[in-house]
Design a protein. Sequence first.
Lengths: 207, 163
Amino acid sequence: MNSKLLTVSASVIVVAAAGAMVWTAVQPPSDIFAGCSTSSVAGAAIGGPFTLVDETGATVTDAQVLSKPTLIYFGYTFCPDVCPTDSARNGETLDLLTDTGYDAGVVFITIDPDRDTVDRVREFTDYFHDDMIGLTGSPEQVAVASRAYKTFYQKQDTGDDYYLMDHSTFTYLVLPGLGFVQFFKRDDTPEDMAKTVACYIDASANA
Amino acid sequence: MKLSFFAAAAGLLSTPLYAHDYTVGDLTIHHPVVFETAPMAMTGGGFMTITNSGTAADRLIGVEADFPRVEIHQTVVTDGIGRMLPVGAIDIAPGTSVTLQPGGYHVMFIGLEGRQLKDGDDVPATLLFETAGRLAVVFKVEKRPEGTGMTMQHGSDAGTHSH
């Protein structure tokens, strides 16, 4: 038991050390995004690995999905008010970025995998933007993705199939190689978001 | 300027192609709408402004429509976490308007079951008021307005504002 514990501890230290090295290696000069940031994050780092199922039913990793600057939102398709509003907003942000020559992506990750099938997520995201990527997965896969981004979700059990979910409503900007850099709140407009995302893309290109 | 009056009264729902109003007793219901839903959506949100021009309070205590469930909800966002709370009734104080709008109060049409609500469709419903009684209305389905974000919920008490 002790030797196993030691092995585990050693692994943790190795992983932590490796993580620190990677972080040091990819961490941009601290001020390159100073002119872009509109949110500050205290405490634990946001973002990390996940494995989910895409709109075609294929299993995909975060590295595959987040190959370009991407906005990530966690929601569910049964949601009548918050998620459609935020998804429409994120789709408009992508349009604004595309119109001004920026290559970016938008991802919707369901936190209601029990009801949000591959088909349902695909139709939901396609409705809001042709290029919006919808991801679902097993409850465990979704939990891992949610934990990585420190999001919260909880079912309001009504005893039938029409239950609602409480959930985080932030949108996260993730840059390839750099990871999470910025979150957006519900009252951020498409114009403000596009401007901020463009700033990050420009800054990372010039770094 | 009639147009600007309507724009002010309707808040977020300020630029309908056409507006439609209903009156029952001292209450005026301005432009009930449902935003178009995604093809497989199971829920739709209904919005409107209710004005009480009388001297006594009234309450919206229910909505009936041809769906498995219809409820009155309030979206509450606390520390970035969105919750939708069923509310038993919405108070409409005398001389005030209450706007049901994204991010605040809304009517939940639950269980669309493949019935996509499309721009131009009608959703007949009955509003139940404690004092004014029953009122048949049509929620017009409209495209979601662009570029709105969630600006309306801030600084207002869940969409309540006085005239």
